[in-house]
Design a protein around this ligand. Structure first.
Ligand code: DIG
Ligand code: MN
Ligand code: MN
Length: 388
């Protein structure tokens, strides 16, 4: 076993919908036969995953009878027991069924909004039944094609009312559950509400129980918005709101590709892994991605193993970065601080402001200071290329 063999302590998880993706796309039929939830659990265990997540209807089809649902849950539970895989997260499919064509919680039709809340309450129960501690909300249909159709303020209020209801439900049921909101700028709707993690962080602060609600940032979604993913993750973490994370990859300016982690922007993936490891992030490393449509199930397993191997390889690169003498010497130089400015930082005081206003600065000298970022970045690139 080498450093790149996934182990349970790495907390790598996958959704049933990821390795269960049959390759259907808007221009093509499925290329892989569907596997049962139980079969997917064995596949993930074989790949080295720690856990498996699901939308309600990944596990229980929306039209399943009670006896069919019981049989599916029984075989799924046996597979979990056989393999030891956990179910850290669950979520609701509020985007596939035609009922949600105009959204779920933000739909104009109050019957759809009520049905979406009912479906989510039942899906929360199902997730908790299998041990989920994080519940994700991705509003795939919460948006518009034409803004003539809906007030953006009404949409915010409907989303808020729904989230407040779920927080009260979890408290009422005594569930040990945290909620994680996942942003995306567009697709499948023309424009989605709460399009980035930043919007979600602001929305959370308007809720009745903001302490119960965090975010589930996804690499592809922030990349679609042209945003530095690690910066958004760092902001969420610093606010104590990084409850979950969706790892994958994405070419800019494309539809949501949900590519294998690190397969497109290895430098961005490195900075993300370095951040998560540097701050000792204790959450799941969840892959919301799927194999190329060209793959058979051996290729699907290659995809899953590749997601985890790349994370572990970049984890080792981050350790080398932190130990590299030249890199660390440059960082020491760049961040040199003689402490002479400490008198002006921190909490405000009138004395501090008066003193700072009288201080003298030579901005010409400040502007001439050496900042060897080119050398630092070249060393980073060479580390990633295997020279370091
Ligand atoms: C899409 O990126 C969304 C759905 O797959 C799911 O609701 C959520 C959980 O990872 N991500
Ligand atoms: Mn996605
Ligand atoms: Mn996702």
């Amino acid at each position: 076993m080498n450093n790149y063999t996934p182990r349970p302590e790495h907390k790598f998880t996958f959704g049933l919908w990821t390795v269960g993706n049959t390759g259907r796309d808007p221009f093509g039929a499925p290329v892989r036969e569907a596997k049962t939830p139980a079969e997917l659990v064995y596949l993930l265990a074989d790949a080295g995953a720690y856990g498996v997540n699901f939308h309600d209807n990944d596990l229980i089809p929306i039209d399943a009878s009670p006896s069919e649902a019981d049989a599916i849950k029984k075989s799924f539970r046996k597979a979990l027991e056989d393999t030891g895989l956990k179910v850290p997260m669950a979520t609701t499919n509020l985007f596939y069924d035609p009922a949600f064509k105009d959204g779920a919680f933000t739909a104009n039709d109050p019957k759809v909004r009520a049905y979406a809340i009912q479906k989510t309450l039942k899906a929360i129960d199902l997730g908790v039944e299998f041990g989920a501690k994080v519940y994700v909300f991705w509003g795939g249909r919460e948006g518009t094609e034409t803004d003539s159709s809906k007030s953006a303020v009404d949409a915010i209020k409907r989303n808020r009312e729904a989230m407040n209801f779920f927080c009260e439900y979890a408290l009422d049921q005594g569930y040990d559950l945290k909620f994680a909101l996942e942003a995306k700028p567009n697709e499948p709707r023309g424009d989605l509400y709460n399009p980035t993690t930043g919007h979600m962080l602001a929305f959370i602060e308007t809720l009745d129980h903001p302490e119960m609600v965090g975010v589930n940032p996804e690499v592809a979604h922030e990349h679609m918005a042209g945003i530095n993913f690690m910066h958004g993750v760092a902001q969420a973490w610093e606010a104590g709101k990084l409850f979950h994370i969706d790892l994958n990859d994405q070419y800019p300016g494309r539809y949501d590709q949900d590519l294998r982690f690190g397969s497109r922007d290895i430098k961005a993936a490195f900075y993300l892994v370095k951040f998560l490891e540097d701050v000792n992030y204790q959450g799941m490393r969840h892959y919301d991605a799927h194999a190329y449509r060209t793959e058979d199930y051996d290729g699907v397993k290659d995809f899953a193993v590749g997601c985890m191997r790349t994370y572990l390889i970049l984890k080792e690169k981050a350790e080398k970065f932190n130990q590299d003498t030249e890199i660390q010497a440059l960082l020491k130089e760049i961040n040199a601080d003689d402490g002479s400015m400490d008198q002006y930082f921190g909490k405000y005081s009138a004395e501090k402001a008066a003193s700072l206003k009288n201080a003298e600065f030579d901005r010409v000298v400040l502007g001439k200071r050496r900042l060897p970022y080119e050398r630092l970045d070249q060393l980073t690139i060479e580390l990633l290329l295997g020279l370091g």
